[in-house]
Design a protein around this ligand. Structure first.
Ligand SMILES: N[C@@H](CCC(=O)N[C@@H](CS)C(=O)NCC(=O)O)C(=O)O
Length: 197
């Protein structure tokens, strides 16, 4: 299998964290790609987005959540995606809001680097509100020290915030989230997947 990725994508990092947590690193070759310019990616995934997981039969899976479900079914020992009951809906809810915030943060970061004439101030306010509201919503959550897909998506979001805006302090006023992240960032799956340019 090949994981097509960038070192800057929070969604690709989410998948890479899942790969490491599941102990599948040896089964997956990493292919670094520029989704904006590399036609080889669109030949495999019509969306031309990262992450894309290319299976051994050539099937290309888009979407980090789908890729994580696929990876999960390969592992008999550890499961990241609970299959049923309240645990499943909690994990998917956390993943949903964390992924949504990562999308908002990515768009906000891109807008901040555009000329002012090409930005929408109204949209930037909305993206920032999504980011801040999600962080506030995560603060009272009982996040697990043995991460499953919800926690992994949250870790990818928090890691992306540190990468894009190291000078802006999301930890301030959110001590529970900050303490949890401090512990979790030490995991090998986090240390081996840090963002880079
Ligand atoms: N919902 C998708 C989001 C993937 C995504 O937006 N990837 C960005 C990089 S962070 C990308 O490939 N952008 C290139 C493009 O939009 O053409 C997922 O969870 O995988």
């Amino acid at each position: 299998m090949e994981l097509w990725y960038t070192t800057t994508s929070p969604f690709a990092r989410k998948v890479r964290i899942a790969v490491a947590e599941l102990g599948l690193t040896d089964q997956i070759a990493l292919v670094r790609v520029d989704p904006w310019t590399d036609d080889r990616l669109r030949e495999r995934n019509p969306l031309s987005k990262v992450p894309t997981l290319v299976l051994d039969d050539g099937t290309a899976l888009p979407e980090s959540s789908l890729i994580c479900e696929w990876l999960d079914h390969l592992s008999d020992e550890r499961k990241l995606c609970p299959v049923q009951g309240p645990d499943r809906w909690r994990a998917l809810r956390l993943q949903g809001i964390a992924d949504g915030a990562a999308t908002a943060v990515g768009r906000l970061f891109a807008d901040e680097h555009r000329p002012e004439t090409e930005r929408s101030e109204a949209m930037m306010v909305r993206f920032a509100a999504a980011r801040d509201s999600v962080l506030d919503a995560l603060e009272p959550e009982d996040l697990d020290g043995e991460p499953r897909i919800g926690e992994i998506a949250v870790l990818a979001l928090l890691g992306y915030l540190d990468f894009r805006w190291p000078e802006r302090d999301w930890r301030s006023g959110r001590p529970r989230l900050a303490n949890w992240a401090k512990l979790m960032f030490k995991r090998p799956s986090m240390a081996s997947t840090v963002h880079s340019i």
